[in-house]
Design a protein around this ligand. Structure first.
Ligand SMILES: [Zn+2]
Length: 71
């Protein structure tokens, strides 16, 4: 799992800080995609009520096959 902190220019949301994105890789699709940490935290909050800079049990799914992506 490689965590990249990428600063991107935000156009829509202008709230808080930009925490960057986390890269995920779907093995079946051989597809790498990025999810914003804020999105990950929203999922974490929904699933187990606490958030952090980890991706275990975050239930990130691949945008292509919609399978959960694991480390
Ligand atoms: Zn996939």
């Amino acid at each position: 799992m490689i965590v990249k902190n990428q600063r991107k220019q935000r156009k829509k949301k202008q709230k808080k800080e930009d925490f960057g994105t986390c890269s995920f890789y779907c093995k079946p699709c051989q597809y790498e995609f990025e999810v914003e940490w804020e999105t990950i935290w929203e999922l974490q909050e929904l699933t187990h009520g606490f958030v952090g800079f980890h991706t275990e049990d975050s239930f990130i799914s691949c945008p292509k096959c919609h399978e959960l992506v694991e480390d």
